[in-house]
Design a binder for this molecule. Structure first.
Ligand SMILES: [Zn+2]
Length: 202
């Protein structure tokens, strides 16, 4: 997996993306979105992973503390088939820390917006968007409670949040693409199988 896109400059072209009428209702719909316990467990790990990616890019220890604690995030999958979702390779190498409530909330909000975009109502329109990540980032930033808070080091918290949102968006989209591809190849395999069985019946 390539992470190069995480390094987007904070002045990225997100503003250039126009949220078309098709998605005008997404934020209203997202407000009614729910996150169950199972989702939340996954999202905590994603938040831990996001901190793992973003923290090394921050030079100020206070900024870092906004994202994660010193406590190690231990993972027990117990044969969960969704484990790949959490980049198990990274997790097995250890080093993930418990995310802060602040970062977890950011991840939850991006997730809620994303869930909306891939729900039946928007899925078709979303699949036609050229830059899905830009759209997801833009909508998520609008959905998040904006904080004008500035760290003592002079870094606006919104900049740190932006980096996190981009990283979360990458994770969600990568997994979604993987899921779609898996679905496609399963369908293909099923078709081949059907063909073969038709031939066999002749
Ligand atoms: Zn700082």
């Amino acid at each position: 997996m390539s992470d190069c896109r995480d390094d987007l400059d904070t002045t990225c072209a997100v503003d250039a993306t126009t949220v078309t009428d098709k998605f005008a209702q997404v934020l209203d719909d997202a407000c009614t979105g729910e996150v169950d316990d199972r989702d939340l467990a996954s999202l905590v790990f994603i938040a831990g992973y996001v901190a793992h990616k973003v923290v090394p890019k921050l030079s100020c220890s206070l900024c870092k503390q906004e994202l994660c604690t010193d406590k190690e995030l231990l993972c027990d999958y117990g044969g969960d088939s969704d484990a790949s979702y959490f980049y198990i390779d990274v997790l097995n190498r250890g080093g993930l820390k418990w995310p802060t409530q602040f970062l977890t909330d950011v991840v939850v909000d991006v997730f809620v917006v994303f869930k909306c975009l891939i729900a039946e109502k928007y899925e078709q329109a979303f699949s036609e968007v050229t830059n899905q990540r830009e759209l997801l980032v833009k909508l998520s930033l609008e959905f998040l409670n904006k904080s004008e808070h500035m760290c003592e080091c002079g870094m606006p918290i919104s900049k740190t949040v932006y980096r996190c949102v981009v990283t979360v968006a990458n994770i969600m989209l990568n997994n979604y693409t993987k899921l779609l591809n898996d679905k496609r190849s399963t369908n293909k395999a099923a078709k081949v199988q059907r063909k073969l069985s038709t031939l066999a019946n002749k």
